[in-house]
Design a protein around this ligand. Structure first.
Ligand code: AMP
Length: 249
């Protein structure tokens, strides 16, 4: 079984982002870019499945600019077998990404697609669900554990009320949550080896997918700054302040 792992190049999670002065978006000039953290978890999971003998090949795919090769090389250094870059400039909305992934999953005859639960730049949390719908495959989102057996995946999902266990038939789309695993670091020898692993480039046009945006960004703003908090000495003082100053009780 082939496992497909979509990885997105996003602004690094340690970067303090700035909104552009004209409010048209986030200023990414000179910002460090990295693989979306949930996608690292997805890559790690796919590699573990291959190591356990449940998968024959791990293919990573990214939709983005030429620089997205970096995150693909990182995934190859972690242990993925080969990579596909679908070149696209600018913002590509989840529906367009899902349509591209649908083409790739079908062409590659993947048995499982493991995505991140969300990309930390736009926080959309849509691509996996849209992909499952387009493919007509089972889906299990927010996975914190995945066990494969007999053409099925037993998935533990993180939901608001706790943990939910569901069984889905393969082929399936699974999205990775934070507690699924702890991704490995790529060793230096593996980083060197990854340079020689296959990475093919395609365009959305070649796949016949229209990536023209359907949404318009009206305005991007910094969240309102909040007043600094204070420490109170006792519960009595807290209650008093909530009553007299905040007037909420
Ligand atoms: P989102 O729906 O944008 O929050 O993204 C959810 C997941 O879809 C991500 O964690 C990735 O696994 C995948 N994904 C989203 N955008 C891309 C992209 N441009 N290239 C590759 N994978 C993507």
């Amino acid at each position: 079984m082939k496992i497909l792992v979509p990885v997105k190049r996003v602004v690094d999670h340690n970067v303090k982002i700035r909104v552009k002065a004209d409010g048209s978006g986030v200023d990414l000039s000179n910002a460090k870019m990295s693989m979306n953290p949930f996608d690292e978890i997805a890559v790690e999971q796919a590699i573990r499945m291959k190591e356990a003998g449940d998968a024959s090949e791990v293919i990573v795919v990214s939709v983005g600019p030429a620089q997205a090769q970096d995150v693909l090389r990182t995934a190859l250094a972690m242990g993925a077998d080969r990579a596909i870059l679908v070149e696209a400039e600018g913002r590509v909305e989840p529906l367009a990404v899902a349509k591209i992934l649908q083409c790739v999953a079908q062409t590659e005859e993947a048995g499982l697609v493991v995505l991140g639960k969300q990309a930390i730049d736009d926080d959309c949390n849509q691509t996996g669900q849209m992909l499952a719908a387009l493919l007509g495959w089972s889906q299990a989102t927010f996975a914190s554990r995945i066990e494969l057996a007999g053409g099925r995946a037993l998935v533990t999902r993180e939901i608001d009320g706790g943990l939910q266990r569901i069984e889905v038939t393969l082929p399936a789309v699974v999205t990775a949550d934070l507690r699924l695993n702890e991704p490995r670091y790529a060793s230096l020898p593996n980083i060197m080896k990854a340079k020689k692993k296959p990475l093919v480039q395609q365009t959305a046009g070649e796949l016949g997918v229209d990536i023209a945006p359907r949404l318009t960004v009206v305005r991007v703003e910094e969240p309102a700054s909040r007043a600094t908090g204070i420490k109170v000495a006792s519960v009595a003082e807290l209650v008093d302040r909530l009553r007299t100053e905040a007037a909420v009780i």
